[in-house]
Write a protein that binds this ligand. Structure first.
Ligand code: FAD
Length: 323
């Protein structure tokens, strides 16, 4: 199934992102997570491509196995790092031969310790070049990455958006954002993207905080901002693992509710291969959906770019204790 066909119905497009594990044990744990999350009936799941192309075979095998052994649709990420155009063509041929219909073409990050991305010999410098390579040769549904707070390497946000518009018009079907924590960043970004002529659905990417040091590292690496209110809550909970998880669940629940109420077409969860936080947030969303959040959004006219205040969650939900 092409993922783009999931958009446009009244049900939000929910998706879960996984990382390919490097050990057999890791694969077993991941499949347990996938089985748990499959019961939530996401629209699709996706599997990342390791830095430096290190997980090439793992990514393809995992996506093919998810499609073969579960009822889930799965998307393979693919980066330009370390590959010539010919090699990328071979990988795309294999994806196609194994029945994979959805691909997220990315540029990838510079290798550790380097600040600039050096394009591989006979390879591509930007994701848009990979999109332009794929589009006329293959029938994949293509996603693209985007950055509500701007991409770190391009301080001029207007220029960054121009590059995104070029990538989108090269043949991307829908976009998924980098992680962020303030719904207003998403709404402002969508408004700017629409003004720049980007018409594709833009799915917010949400990472529930489960570990303070880890999220501080991630946000530093990708240029996302932890809002002061969240930072304060995390600082208070820092040494208490359960309190951190509960804080992360409560924040992400309210964030997702605000995003969906304001017109976001779905939510892409960065699961880090763990199910608990994502599952709790997802169930929180379903219960608030039953309470009318989605109906409220559906009743709104137009793309609803102005954020409604986030609906409240109960104290028990806040702690992630009840669906
Ligand atoms: P691009 O769209 O190419 O943009 C990169 C930079 O180049 C931006 O600053 C942009 O403004 C600039 N640029 C673009 N076109 C031009 C141009 N023509 N001229 C000048 N400058 C230009 N990384 C992985 O290694 N594996 C993964 O599986 C993975 N999955 C991801 C999934 C999502 C949803 C997201 C948001 C990110 C993911 N990443 C992954 C991280 C991603 O590889 C990095 O953020 C990387 O730095 C940029 O990739 P991109 O595809 O967005 O690049």
């Amino acid at each position: 199934m092409r993922i783009i066909d999931c958009f446009g119905s009244s049900r939000p497009v929910y998706s879960f992102e996984f990382l390919p594990p490097k050990t057999e044990d890791g694969v077993r744990t991941l499949f347990a997570t996938i089985e748990e999350l499959a019961g939530l009936h996401p629209s699709f799941v996706s599997v990342t491509y390791g830095a430096g192309g290190s997980t090439r075979a793992l990514t393809i095998d995992l996506v093919a196995r998810i499609k073969r052994e579960t009822a889930l649709e799965a998307m393979a990420h693919l980066t330009c790092v370390g590959h010539s155009a010919v090699e990328l063509g071979c990988i795309l041929d294999e994806l196609q031969a194994r029945g994979i219909e959805n691909v997220l073409p990315l540029r990838g990050d510079p290798p550790r310790g380097e600040t600039r991305f050096i394009p591989p010999a006979d390879g591509f410098a930007y994701a848009q070049e990979l999109v332009r390579f794929v589009r006329p040769r293959y029938s994949f549904c293509l996603a693209g990455a985007c950055y509500p707070e701007g991409h770190l390497e391009c301080p001029d946000k207007d220029e960054d958006l121009r590059h995104l518009a070029e990538k989108a018009s090269s043949g991307v079907d829908f976009l998924i954002t980098q992680l962020f924590f303030d719904p207003q960043d998403y709404f402002r970004f969508v408004e700017r993207a629409r003004t720049a002529g980007i018409e594709q659905p833009i799915v917010p990417g949400i990472m529930p905080v489960t570990n303070v040091a880890q999220i501080e590292r991630f946000t530093q690496m990708c240029g996302a901002t932890i809002p002061p209110a969240l930072q304060e809550q995390l600082d208070a909970a820092r040494d208490d693992e359960e309190a951190v998880i509960a804080t992360g669940i409560a924040w992400a629940t309210e964030q997702c509710q605000a995003l969906l109420a304001g017109g976001a077409p779905g939510i892409h969860f960065y699961t880090l291969n763990r199910s608990r936080a994502t599952r709790t947030i997802f169930l929180n969303l379903q219960s608030s959906d039953d309470a009318g959040t989605r109906r409220h959004a559906d009743a709104a006219t137009g793309p609803a770019l102005s954020a409604s205040p986030p609906p409240r969650v109960s104290p028990a939900q806040r702690r992630g204790l009840t669906p």
